[in-house]
Design a protein around this ligand. Structure first.
Ligand code: SAH
Length: 390
């Protein structure tokens, strides 16, 4: 096994828990390395740090899998890790649907596995984990009795690793349109063509947080995707719910989900650009008791973070103006580039511009099956805020 030595000044960050080593942080490499190999990592003064996978084609040269020298990285290792991930999810109360593996937060860098009851969706986003795909499939088959396993590697970030974008079955083919249960409701999930892995499990606990404020309310939701928040609102007793998404496919799926839950009489979805429509309705003086926003990331790179902040501020400003005095704004941000503190500042700016005072009801992160690792900022990515708009 080849050995990688860290530069002196990098050592503390990695020794203190960060699992990534960039190419320019390495002092020297002893031995031949092939992309995807397991290597041992040492400090500049030859103390063992851990074992991980290497990819000379990637800016992140090494990603650590373990800090235990005795661990042998083989098929059994991955079976044991998947078993531990499952034990942890069960321990914290996620049994039916969950993010079974959340990459770095589970010491399985760049690996995502979502469990939709008996169906599993995998993303292997770095070469060093992609080579273990057969082992991961074997592990899922050992730990569970899956009805189907699907690969959603149609993700651009794979190209930075020299990998192609692809999707397809990792088990015998199955009907990829499934129905999942969440909070007593049912949702169609399109594993093959839905966004990301097909469904946003990270909001599953936050969807329950609207329970009391939507009772008897007129609710407007924007960026609804398959309508999850809106259908929860109807279920929790909203008088009427209108959901908007720019994607006609998402709207079709959302209306089907409303029917599936028998709430189609008071919950409907329309195709619209939320930025335009919210602005227009503000001018017309329309008012709602609850406005819910769950926009996309707006940016993927640190360089254009200002673009994201502008987007969040604009949409929240427009949303707030539509809230009746004493009503509520339910708002999210899913990019790790906008830290929780910065998100709150952005909402504060929006409130000031809208000339509204706000009162915080709750501020949450993603569901706990997506663990947050202190010191790894990008694991603390989802912000979910409810404010009363006075
Ligand atoms: N709330 C959803 C997830 C939303 S994902 C859930 O809990 O599952 C973000 C959604 O915003 C996507 O479905 C995307 O199609 C939609 N979107 C992006 N830009 C938009 C715009 N300008 N107006 C309306 N919807 C938009």
């Amino acid at each position: 096994m080849s050995t990688v030595y860290l530069k002196r000044k990098i050592t503390p960050r990695v020794v203190n828990g960060h699992p990534w080593v960039f190419a320019n942080e390495v002092e020297k490499i002893e031995g031949e390395v092939q992309a995807g190999d397991i290597v041992e990592l040492y400090t500049h003064d030859k103390k063992f740090v851990g074992k991980g996978y290497i990819n000379p084609k990637s800016q992140i040269l090494v990603r650590l899998l373990t800090r235990n020298k005795a661990d042998i990285i083989n098929d059994d290792y991955f079976t044991e890790r998947i078993r531990q991930c499952w034990e942890y999810r069960k321990k914290i109360g996620y049994t039916e649907n969950c993010r079974l593996v959340f990459g770095e937060a589970d010491s399985l860098p760049q690996l995502i596995i979502d469990k939709f009851n008996d169906y599993f969706v995998i993303q292997t986003l770095a070469l060093g984990i992609d080579v273990w795909k057969p082992a991961l499939v074997k592990a899922i088959n050992t730990v569970f009795q899956p009805k189907g396993i699907y690969e959603r590697n149609d993700v651009p970030v794979r190209e930075l690793e020299g990998l192609s974008q692809q999707k397809g079955f990792l088990s015998a083919p199955f009907d990829t349109n499934i129905v999942i249960n969440e909070n007593g409701l049912r949702f169609h999930v399109d594993i093959e063509n839905g966004q990301k892995t097909g469904y946003f499990l990270d909001q599953q606990d936050n969807r329950r947080a609207i329970r009391h404020i939507v009772k008897d309310a007129e609710v407007l939701g924007a960026f609804t995707y398959t309508g999850t928040f809106e259908i929860h609102a109807a279920h929790y007793g909203a008088k009427s719910v209108l959901g908007l998404d720019i994607s006609a496919n998402a709207v079709t799926q959302a209306n089907r989900n409303a029917e599936l839950n028998g709430v189609q009489d008071r919950c409907r979805f329309e195709t619209a650009n939320a930025f335009d429509v919210l602005k227009q309705w503000g001018k017309e003086g329309r008012q709602y008791d609850v406005v819910m926003l769950d926009p996309p990331a707006f940016t993927k790179s640190r360089e254009t973070i200002q673009k994201a902040i502008t987007g969040y501020k604009e949409i929240n400003l427009r949303g707030m103006k539509l809230v009746r005095p004493g009503g509520f704004l339910v708002t999210s941000s899913c990019t790790n580039l906008v830290h929780p503190e910065l998100f709150l500042q952005t909402i504060d700016m929006a409130a000031k511009d809208a000339r509204r005072r706000i009162r915080q009801v709750t501020f949450q992160a993603q569901a706990s099956d997506h663990p947050i690792i202190w010191g790894m900022e990008n694991t603390n990515y989802l912000k979910f805020l409810i404010v009363q708009v006075l």
